[in-house]
Design a binder for this molecule. Sequence first.
Ligand code: PMP
Ligand code: GLU
Length: 390
Amino acid sequence: MLSNRIQKIQPSMTLAITAKAKALKQAGVDVISFGAGEPDFPTPRYIRDAAIEKVEEGHIGYTAASGILELKTAICKKLQADQGVGYQENQIVISTGAKQALFNTFQAILNPGDEVLIGVPYWVSYPELVKVADGVPVFVETKEENQYKLTVAELEAARTDKTKAIILNSPNNPTGVVYMEKELLAIGTWAVEHDIWIISDEIYEKLVYGDVEHISIASLSKEIHKKTIIINGFSKAYAMTGWRIGYSAAPVEITKGMTSLQSHVSSNPNTISQYAALAALEKESGEVEAMRVVFEKRKELMVKIVSTIPEIQFIDPQGAFYVMVDCSYYLKKFHFDSASELAQAMLEEASIAVIPGDAFGMNTYIRLSYATSEALIEEGLERIRAYLTR
Ligand code: PMP
Ligand code: GLU
């Protein structure tokens, strides 16, 4: 009954578990959720005020399908200032979240059978979005000794004459690792040499900790810039998940194709949200950094407590707001086949929501989000400890 294309995809596990945890909480169950991939802060006041003002002024009609010019201009300025890469307005498409920007990208560059190299672990939606574009996700295993980052040797081993693109996500969801300049330069040079698109998902760009710096691969050379499609959005940095604004920065031809597609699929992204995003960029005065500082404290707290739970390993994060925890020992101990079963049992028996690593291609891990308060981090991790070591 369903098309082959839709039969090939699964619903988003991250969204499903987050929704389930929220519903249980609303029903009065004392659930502590480490599931959410969304900041728990309200959208900063100045952004909400700007949106209200636009509604009052009556800025509520359609806009150009690819978004309002003022926001594109502000995004170009931002890309120059923060990433050090030059873009013109005709290279930007504003979309309904970074998710739609990724959807547009795969639709615009893939023909049936084209392969996209995806490092494992990966964010849950990448393979599904490739498949709906009739592309083939090719999974490339990463190694602990490389901090779970892709290397040129691994990419080269996976390359075929069908390889059309690679996805880079730094800071990474779910590992939190951040690529360094020399790693990006090596991958970028390899991609240019083989005429492969680099899809650089930079949505966690503002959330890096310690002395780690986010670098955009597009900034490393003119040639790399030409082969890169930057994906970014407002959900994480500005605590604007529900506003649904993301964008792509890409060569003009690709941008034209994406605009055409979007004009039929969804028209423009929400008009009020576009003005809110414009204010987010133009009137920001320290709010983003203030949230980053809070995330960094929470990360330290979570890592400190997690490292005291016996028999587990975890990936030390440098960015984003997740910690990947290897539960292999406990899967064996409790005779679970995968983290999915463990996560289900933890939710039912200990009222703790986590995302099983199955969603990210690592089925002995669970992903813990620290986009929640320090008090809940402490209480929730004690519940996990008690549950695992009972
Ligand atoms: N990329 C990554 C790596 C993400 O974690 C998310 C989270 N939702 C997105 C893209 C999409 O974000 P949004 O659609 O909310 O902009
Ligand atoms: N990206 C977030 C996460 O990984 C939000 C959920 C989603 O968009 O899939 O949890």
